[in-house]
Write a protein that binds this ligand. Structure first.
Ligand code: F3S
Length: 418
């Protein structure tokens, strides 16, 4: 990989051992990915604080504290995704009912561990959809280092910024990222035209569509036509499913994606094939995600990706004046939690027997409520949680917010999705 003189000096240790380790990581990872150089990040970074995905390059908490003492800061605007090492609940933890997460000492220690990152300049959004609440977003063409399934296509396809899945301490600390895949013009062009041949009406229609497209195109860049006018909630769901059912980091919706005002602009001469997604494809994914057999439900989980404030409004309206028979969690980001509190929505949810939480999810926590049958409105959560329970069996029902809340109130699953 080509390195500038300054980058070589960092690699040689001139700026200290942690900068050297961070640069070694970027070089080794960049070379494995086929990058020929590093790019200076001019957008933003998103990190899972405390996560050490690659142990030999991990930067310990004590080392971060030392950097803080020396006055060192992240080089670029850096935002916190949900904590994952360990995952813990930011708001509402007192009522979650989990032994570890409802222990004040456990939460205090975990919050304390995040402080050095905050002192380095990390903005504590603590959410997988930090991009909905961060109030500072990259603009078209800016290079970023983000993580999270729904966030990556959001940056690339909705904002027109450029990112792979590599937001971490090292990219934030050095403000650099290997130049490969979505940072390069040639990899962003669409190769496959995806015609949506069914009307997408509901949130789960977009979730199922995203999954079906992800399965069909995997790593290719699709241009999506005929998807109607999705709401923000629907786009977030579609993005998370595109990048869970497959590995879609970038797509084009002509007229919506900044670099694709037209279908031709999306392909830039790179058209290779065309597929159609029909109602039958959505039905196939729906059947795959609905594999519970018992209609009694133990746990209902809503908020993957974290619910936005309007989702919480809709859920609270469905719960107002009702009583849940089954444990119900509604997960949001800490900022929307505060707004929900101010609007009286948390109280409505709690009066109905549900719990509003922020900053994590069952898939990110190290513990979950005791359950054998779960209901959720998220294809992604369904996929992750089932895998994490293995080899124990977890039965999952998948359906709309309305169906899930109905299951929480009645204790039983019923659905009429078609
Ligand atoms: Fe977010 Fe957890 Fe889903 S972190 S995207 S709610 S798996």
């Amino acid at each position: 990989m080509y390195l500038t003189d300054e980058e070589k000096r960092i690699l040689d240790g001139e700026k200290g051992e942690i900068a050297q380790r961070s640069m070694s990581f970027l070089v080794e990872y960049g070379e494995a990915a086929g990058a020929e150089r590093l790019i200076d990040i001019d957008g933003t970074v998103d990190v899972h604080p405390l996560a050490d995905w690659i142990p030999q390059y991990a930067v310990t908490l004590d080392e971060v504290r030392e950097l803080v003492k020396k006055g060192e800061r992240f080089k670029v605007p850096t935002f916190a995704n949900k904590p994952v090492a360990p995952g813990f609940i930011i708001d509402g933890w007192e009522k979650c009912g989990l032994p570890k997460n409802s222990d004040p000492e456990y939460r205090r220690k975990n919050m304390e561990a995040l402080q050095p990152y905050i002192d380095m300049g990390m903005i504590p959004i603590f959410s997988c959809n930090y991009y909905l609440v961060s109030s500072f977003l990259p603009t078209v063409g800016q290079h970023c280092a983000w993580v999270e399934s729904s966030a990556i296509p959001w940056a690339n396809a909705i904002l027109g910024a450029r990112t792979n899945f590599d937001g971490c301490f090292h990219t934030a600390y050095l403000g650099k990222v290997p130049a490969y895949d979505m940072h390069l013009d040639e990899n962003r062009r669409a190769t496959v035209l995806v015609k949506c041949e069914t009307e997408l009406k509901s949130d789960i229609d977009y979730d199922l569509f995203g999954w079906a497209v992800g399965e069909a195109v995997d790593l290719e860049v699709p241009a999506l036509v005929g998807i109607g006018k999705p709401t923000t909630s629907q786009l977030v769901k579609m993005n998370s499913a595109l990048n869970t059912g497959g590995q879609v980091r970038m797509y084009h919706v002509p007229g919506l994606t900044p670099e694709a005002p037209t279908v031709e602009a999306a392909f830039q001469g790179n058209y290779q094939r065309e597929i159609s997604i029909t109602r039958a494809d959505l039905r196939r994914v729906y059947d795959k995600l609905n594999y519970a057999t018992k209609e009694d439900v133990d746990f209902v989980y809503l908020g993957c990706p974290h619910y936005n404030i309007y989702d919480i409004c809709r859920a609270a309206k469905l719960l107002e004046g009702k009583k849940c028979k089954t444990l119900l969690w509604i997960m949001t980001n800490p900022s929307s939690y505060q707004v929900a509190e101010r609007m009286g929505l948390r109280k409505i949810i709690e009066d109905a027997g549900g719990v509003l939480l922020s900053g994590s999810c069952p898939g990110a926590l190290l513990e979950t409520p005791p359950m054998k049958v779960m209901a959720t409105d998220s294809a992604k959560q369904n996929y992750y949680l089932t895998g994490m329970f293995y080899p124990e069996k977890l039965d999952v029902w998948y359906g709309s917010m309305e169906e899930c809340i109905n299951a929480a109130i009645t204790g039983k699953w019923s659905s009429d999705w078609r």
